[in-house]
Design a protein around this ligand. Structure first.
Ligand code: ATP
Ligand code: MG
Ligand code: FE
Length: 342
C-alpha cells in the first residue's frame, strides 16, 4: 500500500509518501521558525494560516518527486492530535478532502505515536517489545512498547518536558528562538564541570522526571556572575546539557533494568541532541543493550513519521479513525492496538 502522511500539529508542515514494500519514497518539510521568531514562540493563528499556504504545494511536490499519481494512493494519514487545534484542522481537512475525492480512507494519527515509530524509518530498528525514550517539546516519557498501540507508560515528566527545559533555559541565557538547538550548539564550546546542576529525581527510585527546577538553577548561576561573558554562558549551557543528558541516561538505564529489555529507542526533538545520542550509546554498550535513533531530521516533527504510523494502522486494518475530528488534547495512554480499536 501507498500512504501519504500529513503533519501540521504545530509549526512544521510535513508531508511524506511511504510504500509498504519499499519504505519512504519522498518527504518534504516546511518549517515556520522564521515566521514565529519575532514573537519568541509559536503564534497559533499564524501557524494555521501558513499551513494553509504551504500544505498543498508540499503534497504535490512529494507526489511529483516520487513519480506517483494521487490516484495510486491507498490511504491518507494525518496528525489528528495532540497539537494546536487550528493547525491540526488544516491537515485534517486537507487529508479528508483528498481521501474523499479519491475514495480511500483517511487515517487520524496520534502525533506521539508518530514520534514513537519514527526509529522504524531507519533500516536498523528493533521490533517490539522495546523501551522508548520520548523527549520532545511537549513530552518526556519512558514507554514500554509492547506492540503497535500497546504502550505502557513507565515514567513521565511531572513538570517541564525535556525540550521545553532546553527552550526555556536558552531563553534565560538570551539565545534566539527556538532555543534547544542553539543551547546545544553553545554547549559544545562550554567547559565541562565548570557548573554542576542537579540530576533531578535520580536520588530516589522511579522513572519520572522533573526538569523545571533546572532553569532556576541556571538563572541563579548566570545572575551571580560578575563577568557575564560568552565563555561563562557556554560553560553554563554545557552544565545544563550535561545535567539533562545524564538524568535521561540514568532513567533509561533503570527502565532497561526494570523491563529486562535489551533495546532502547529514542524519539522526539531532543533525540537530535548529540551528547544525548553519545551518552545513550555508551549506556547501551555498558549493559549489553542497543540503542536506536531516527536521523535527526526525523526526531523533530516531520511527515514521514505520520506516513509510517498511518501505514502501520492501515496494514493492521485499523480504519476506525476516519472521522474528520481532531483532538488537541489526546493522552497517548488512550491508544489501543488495532484489533481492540476496531
Ligand atoms: P510534541 O511532539 O511533544 O508535541 P514538538 O512537536 O514541539 O512537541 P519536537 O518537534 O519533537 O517537539 O521537538 C522540538 C523540541 O526539540 C524543541 O523543544 C527543541 O528545542 C528540541 N530540540 C531540537 N533539537 C535539539 C537539540 N539538538 N538539543 C536539544 N533539544 C533539541
Ligand atoms: Mg516544531
Ligand atoms: Fe512533535
Amino acid at each position: 500500500p501507498l500512504v501519504l502522511g500529513i503533519e501540521t500539529s504545530c509549526d512544521e508542515t510535513g508531508v511524506a509518501l511511504i510504500d509498504g514494500r519499499n519504505g519512504l519514497l519522498a518527504h518534504a518539510l516546511h518549517s515556520q521558525i522564521a515566521l514565529h521568531a519575532d514573537y519568541g514562540g509559536v503564534v497559533p493563528e499564524l501557524a494555521s494560516r501558513d499551513h494553509v499556504r504551504k500544505l498543498l504545494p508540499l503534497v504535490h511536490a512529494v507526489l511529483d518527486e516520487a513519480g506517483v499519481d494521487a490516484g495510486q494512493l491507498s490511504a491518507v494519514a494525518y496528525t489528528a492530535g495532540p497539537g494546536l487545534v487550528g493547525a491540526l484542522l488544516v491537515g485534517a481537512a486537507t487529508a479528508r478532502a483528498f481521501a474523499f475525492g479519491l475514495g480511500i480512507p483517511a487515517i487520524g494519527v496520534h502525533h506521539m505515536e508518530g514520534h514513537l515509530l519514527a526509529p522504524a524509518l531507519e533500516a536498523e530498528h528493533p521490533e517490539p517489545p522495546y523501551v522508548a525514550l520520548l523527549v520532545s517539546g511537549g513530552h518526556s516519557m519512558l514507554i514500554e512498547v509492547r506492540a503497535l498501540g500497546d504502550y505502557h507508560l513507565l515514567g513521565e515528566t511531572l513538570d517541564d518536558a525535556a525540550g521545553e527545559a532546553f527552550d526555556k533555559t536558552a531563553k534565560l541565557l538570551g539565545l534566539p528562538y527556538p532555543g534547544g538547538p542553539h543551547l546545544a550548539k553553545l554547549a559544545e564550546t562550554g567547559r565541562p564541570g565548570r557548573f554542576r546542576f542537579s540530576r533531578p529525581m535520580t536520588d530516589r527510585p522511579g522513572l519520572d522526571f522533573s526538569f523545571s527546577g533546572l532553569k532556576t538553577q541556571v538563572l541563579l548561576a548566570w545572575q551571580k556572575q560578575d563577568q557575564q561573558d560568552g565563555q561563562v554562558r557556554a560553560d553554563i549551557a554545557r552544565g545544563f546539557e550535561d545535567a539533562v543528558v545524564e538524568t535521561l541516561a540514568i532513567k533509561c538505564g533503570r527502565a532497561l533494568d526494570a523491563t529486562g529489555s535489551k533495546a532502547l529507542v529514542v524519539a522526539g526533538g531532543v533525540g537530535a541532541n548529540r551528547r544525548l545520542r553519545a551518552q545513550l550509546a555508551e549506556l547501551a554498550a555498558s549493559c549489553g543493550a542497543r540503542v536506536y535513533f531516527p536521523r535527526p531530521a526525523f526526531c523533530t516533527d516531520n511527515g514521514a513519521m505520520i506516513a509510517l504510523a498511518g501505514l502501520r494502522r492501515f496494514q493492521a486494518g485499523d480504519l476506525a479513525g476516519v472521522d474528520i475530528g481532531v483532538r488537541p488534547r489526546w493522552p497517548l495512554s488512550e491508544l489501543r492496538p488495532p484489533a481492540a480499536a476496531a
